[in-house]
Write a protein that binds this ligand. Structure first.
Ligand code: ADP
Ligand code: MG
Length: 253
């Protein structure tokens, strides 16, 4: 994935994104942190081909993004499941929209649900599941698309802290099994450090990349790493750059 000078000005004059340059390698997990309104969701929607940029280029696998692509999967803060479909049917949905579902697809979907500890809930409807379980269905659906570029927009922002920790573990597990080029938007600094190879700090509007911080912790990662000095040093650095980008904005108005 490669972005060059990506800009977005909305009708009405809001300058949301002011020139983002970014490359994400095939198996790299990159987080974006930054205050709300700095253009993170807009940037992800542009990469997903859901919103046109007003300047610059986005390439995935060497091709310019003009519309949504099958090899780019996106997940949102709300699980966005269809209320009248079961977990299993929600997971199969992206495939059904493309072609006839085979028995092997069904098996894949069941295996994914099992991987996300949803065995026994395959035939439940979203309203019968907790928020964290719904997000796991959405994660399984994202995996089912087979997209090797994944965009996650604050996917765990609406769940409680313990559930978030469990979901982080699921996501680490997925990334270890099937690493993909991932961009993960979060407000949670520890979450970003635990999951990422690199953390980008986005400055307030118009959003730009204010800092690009590597996370040289070994993989596989474990939650216990959060107590290490190395981990905490990186978290502090991220916090420092968030504050810096905000105060610079304050000085320039
Ligand atoms: N469709 C839209 N039309 C006009 N302004 C928008 C639209 N979508 C987002 N914005 C504005 O663009 C800025 C960035 O929004 P967004 O990308 O949602 O930020 P973030 O995800 O970082 O909170 C905000 O000021 C928001 O109000
Ligand atoms: Mg957002």
């Amino acid at each position: 994935m490669r972005l060059r000078e990506v800009c977005k000005k909305f009708d009405g004059g809001i300058d949301a994104i002011g020139g983002v340059n970014l490359s994400v390698a095939p198996e790299e997990f990159v987080s974006i942190v930054g205050s709300s309104g700095c253009g993170k969701s807009t940037l992800l929607r542009i990469i997903a081909g859901l919103v046109p940029s007003t300047g610059g280029t986005v390439e995935v696998h060497g091709e310019p993004v003009m519309a949504p692509r099958r090899d780019v999967g996106m997940m949102f803060q709300r699980p966005a499941l269809l209320a009248w479909k079961t977990s299993l049917e929600n997971v199969l949905l992206p495939l059904r929209m493309r072609r006839t579902v085979q028995v092997s697809d069904l098996e894949d979907a069941l295996r994914l649900l099992d991987l996300f500890h949803l065995g026994g809930f395959e035939h439940h409807f979203p309203r019968q599941l907790s928020g964290g379980m719904q997000q796991r269905v959405a994660l399984a659906r994202l995996m089912m698309t087979g997209a090797d570029v994944r965009l996650l927009d604050e996917p765990f922002g609406a769940v409680d802290e313990l559930t978030r920790e469990l979901l982080n573990l699921e996501l680490l597990k997925i990334h270890d099994r099937t690493a993909s080029a991932t961009i993960f938007v979060t407000h949670n600094i520890s979450e970003a450090v635990l999951l990422s190879d690199r953390i980008l700090v986005m400055s307030p509007r118009p959003g730009m990349i204010a800092a690009d911080i590597p996370v040289p912790l070994e993989r596989p990662r474990s939650p216990e790493m959060a107590y290490s000095t190395a981990f905490q040093k990186i978290a502090l650095k991220v916090r420092y750059h968030i504050q810096l980008s905000q105060s610079e904005r304050g000085m320039t108005g």
